[in-house]
Structures are given as structure tokens and as C-alpha cells.
Design a protein around this ligand. Sequence first.
Ligand code: NAI
Ligand code: MG
Length: 321
Amino acid sequence: MTEEIVVIPGDGIGAEVLPVAVDVLGAVGDFEFVRANAGDAVAAETGTPLPEETRAAAESADATLFGAAGETAADVVLPLRAAVDSFVNVRPARAYPGVEAVKPETDVVFLRENSEGVYGGHEATIADGVATTTRVITREATERLAEYACEFAPEGFTIAHKANVMRESDGLFLETVERVAEERGVPTEAELMDAMATHLVQSPEDYHTVVCPNLAGDVLSDLAAGLVGGLGLLPSANVGPERALFEPVHGSAPDIAGEGVANPTAAVLSAAMLLEFFDYDEEAQRARDAVEHVLAEGPRTPDVGGEATTEEMGAALADRL
Ligand code: NAI
Ligand code: MG
């Protein structure tokens, strides 16, 4: 069967790194690519950052590969994640031989709640100078996340929370994840998310899988990117019950956009996660091996200590495949 993949390059370096990821998919698998677009440039052209046909394409395709959006990111990424009914954002962070890392021993996967928390869109300015955000945690969304975590890490995981202050919302989050894990015989450890930030920097080897509410997962995974050598290395999968959306963790990087020097690693590793989602495990491993080889031997882009362009690194990946 040929899976249909919607490809949404987006803005800035999103559009520069995505072709490399599509080439990798094309080299190892038999996919039908459907082009669509979204982001700042689309908004400037059409008046809306996420055209309905793009959203609908993501909603019906087997999977979607997305680059990055710029200022309109929240108007693009959140509805796209909702279009695939994503309940978990899987974000692995690990160091690679050949890439200077603050903590080379880092090898941790964040399972971030992906549909609610403070990113649920419940914001208001209730008076001049007074703005509010309503943080929503539901038992249903938390159970889906926890069930996924138990299958993902049957050996156990760490729960990041702040239930000592947000007693109701994170109280429900913590209690729900702990209950689901206990029912399945999966060991868990709970840790306050602020203390975890310190602990993660000092001893990343203490963590393998971290289950967290939405905002905490966003922040802690970017922190982990800093430990392993930068945002150019972190892929992600927004997983739903039937389909999924894959995207690098990074944004459109306006500081380097247009220079052709963005690191395609995060995008290619996102493509590898897509392959795994369809159980093409061997193909996913080939893609990862190629990335590891090129990061170790070069050519590398400037963010990871090299002088190569995105295209040169892409060509080396293609050669290796
Ligand atoms: P960013 O991830 O775009 O960039 C942060 C820093 O990391 C920059 O110095 C950038 O050059 C570097 N960087 C990121 N990816 C890289 C790569 N592949 N290769 C080499 N260097 C890389 O985050 P920032 O600067 O906070 O946001 C820029 C824009 O992106 C904003 O408009 C923001 O709204 C948007 N954004 C979009 C996201 C998405 O579409 N999912 C996620 C995060 C930010
Ligand atoms: Mg982020």
C-alpha cells in the first residue's frame, strides 16, 4: 500500500529543510506526496495562515510532514495538531558523536500532552491591563497520554508536574497518570518540573522517558536541545489515534533563513519517526544511521560545528542512503 503524505514546508528554514526529509522518504519508501502550504507567507498572500484545504488535507492523509511557521505558528501548528487529533507530542533528545554537546550522555524522550493545558486557547483580556489564560486539564486527555506512555516505556517513566501549586489542574494530571500506570504495572516517579529543570541539566542520564503537561514539555524539551547541541537536532511526532503529524521542534529561524545553512537533521529524524509510525522500522533505522554517519563524519552545517550548506548535508545523506 502507498501511504499518502501531506508535505507542508511553511516559512523560513522550514521550507529549506523539508525537501531533504522528503528526499530521504522517497529514497527508502514508496509514498505519495501531496503538497500543501501554510504559514506567514501564505497569510500574506491569501489572508489566512492555514487555508482550509491544507487543514483538511492533514485531517484525511495518512500522515503529514510539516516544516515550521513563523509569527503565525500558533495559528498553524495548533490547528494542524488538532486536525490529526494528536494527544501526544513525542520529542526525543539525544547527543550524537561528532556534535559537541553540553551533556553527551543525554538520551531522553519527552511525551508532552498535546491538546490542552495552557495551549488550549482559552485566553482573554478581561480589563485594561489584565489578561488571563485558563489552564485546562481533563481526565480523558491525560488518560490517553498515560496509556501511550505505558506502551512507550513499559520499564517506567518520570512525571513532570507542579501539583504543589496548581493543585486542581496538575493534581488531576498527576493522579491520573499515576493511576493509569499503576493499573498497568508500570513504575513511575514524580518530580516537580522546576526542580526537574535543574536535575536534567546536572544529570540527564537519570531520565529516559518524561511525561509532562503541554507547556512543561515545550520548555523542558527545548532545554534538552541545549544539552545535546541545539534545536537543529530535535525531531517530533504529534501522534493521534489514526494519523500523525511530524515536524522538527525548531521554528522558522529568521536569523539564518535564506542563507541555506539550516541543519536538516531535525527534519530528517522527523521523517524517520514517520517511517516508524508506519512500522517501516528497518527504513527508519537506515535514515537514522545515515544521519549519525553524516553528523560524525561531516559535512555538517555551522550550528553543529561545520561549514556545509543544507544542500551539501542533504547530498551526503542521500549518498549514505
Ligand atoms: P527557532 O527554533 O526558529 O530558532 C531558535 C534558534 O535556533 C535560532 O538561533 C536558530 O537559528 C536556531 N536553529 C533552529 N533550528 C535550526 C536548524 N535546523 N539549524 C540551525 N540552527 C537552527 O525559534 P525562535 O527563534 O524562537 O522562533 C522563530 C520563529 O519561529 C518565530 O516566529 C516563532 O513563532 C516560530 N516558531 C515556530 C515553530 C513551529 O512552527 N513549530 C516552533 C517554534 C517557533
Ligand atoms: Mg517550542
